[in-house]
Write a protein that binds this ligand. Sequence first.
Ligand SMILES: [Zn+2]
Length: 244
Amino acid sequence: MAIHTKGLVLKVSDIGESDRVVTLLTDDYGVIRAFANRAKKMNSKMQSSTQLLSYSDFSVYTGNNSYIIDSAEVIEVFFGLRNDIEKLALGQYFCSLALELIPEGEPSSESLRVILNSLSFLQNEKRSREFIKAVTELKLLSIAGFAPNVEACSSCGKSPSGDVFFNLNSGRFTCRDCSGNGKRISAGILTALRFVIYNPVDRMYSFALSPDDMLGFSHLCESFLLAQTKKEFKTLNFYKSVIS
Ligand SMILES: [Zn+2]
């Protein structure tokens, strides 16, 4: 059977001298692994569509539990990420997040739009890298079912004004009256968390933060992601090594 789907290349493995296996994040079929025969040949049209972070329209044959790419038309190669090591490293980290958080074989158009949106913002420098990184971490986590409960204090049920205490493991917060353990975050950071979680993907960047809150928001999103996934991401460590 032949299928058509748009997909972003999350991972590339070369096989021998001319073939590749690519892991794609597609809108209709979620994460799939597909063979790209002869993709590494110099004159292959498949060469650019099967490189990391390329977004293309794929025609794929399915059968025997495997996918084989028949043809591909490039939509966007994110060239602006490829000549900037910091942007490229962050883009690779987003690919790792997708591989960790998005299930194989299930429609994932919302997560795909998060990553495409973020790569575009990163390429065109529409927001700072730290802002883009934090929003991407939080939105992908939320879609994957790890959204923190940011409605109200988990102890008294009130919606507080002012600082709160956020628990990275439970994903809940308590107000100052109830105190409890947790990372102290400002009202501005709580508002930012709500904004990203409750708004659709195409609006997830439509807010601003003070420099102090930006720093806190960025630390919180990364810490929350690491606490929830209980993973160490090599691509995150690499990103940090190139920006330091
Ligand atoms: Zn309370």
